[in-house]
Write a new protein. Sequence first.
Length: 357
Amino acid sequence: MARGKRLRVAVVGAGAIAGSHRTAFLAHGDDVDLVAVADVDEARAVAFCADTERAKPYRDLDTLLAEQEPDLVSICTPPGLHVEQTKKVLEAGAWVWCEKPPCRSLAEYDDMTSAERDGGPYVSFVYQQRSGSAAAHFRDLLGKGELGRSLVAHCQTTWYRDDAYYEVPWRGQWATEGGGPAMGHGIHQMDLLLHLLAGDGNEWAEIQAMTARLVHDVETEDVSTALVRFESGTLATVVNSVLSPDEVSRIRIDCERATVELTHLYGHVAENWRYTLAPQAGPVETEPNVDVGSSHAAALTPVLDAYRAGRRPPCGGADGRRVLEFVAALYKAASTGRVVRRGEIGPGDPFYSGMAG
């Protein structure tokens, strides 16, 4: 596609998260034209379009695809709908930008991506916490060896959700949400941790875990903890909770020459990152050249670049699958009480077809 042509983009699902997609599209107004939204709640679709220049509301995806022929579609519906809708959009020839969690299982992930074609259309998933200049800067420093080897890491998503949150029918159910806070909340921070450490080729190797349902009357867990070993020997702890009144999202990575800590809640900028250099460390440029915060708008940029180049976008394919496999392994480790290794969950394994096993 020529750079001068604006992509025709649409949104499926006009709930709360769709507003972040609308904001992202408006921020890229020179590159995209938001033409439509589909939602089974017609009033909600109409209200969504009121805050756009000319987007048209629809009640169903099929009609939207037929009439609008979009280039890119954001999927902002509950995860139980992602596979069917993603495949429908891909088969119509449009690219997909899909909210997390991607789907409810590794089997579903492999099914939905089977509809991709070489050169596009592709599906990419919204892991916006790995976007922004500060995350890219840390990954660059680690990859160049300026921080030394990573040694110890901590990944924390400790949030608070009350009973009213779970009154939404699809939440807290294995069949519709696919999992608890490990799947629906902590997946962002866990993706960021895996993405940061993969900057120097360091993939996770094995995991041990525990889950519990301590407060909420739901099927899934409301808290999980895990111990993780990476291929290089790096050890990490992971905590996901919706029971924590003092809410925080945190990643801490102790490297040979520095401790790097990111503390935030739903998004971060450079000032949320703190570098503490070891006494023997030489000078390290800890600030990125520009300060671009993490956001849907920042995460959309490489998706649009990939579209123009006709190549797979980040947060898709094996890159998008990494954290979903990690979550499946966490649930399997918690359920079986044993160590689970990367790559062991495949067809025939009960945790391949569902996070509850």
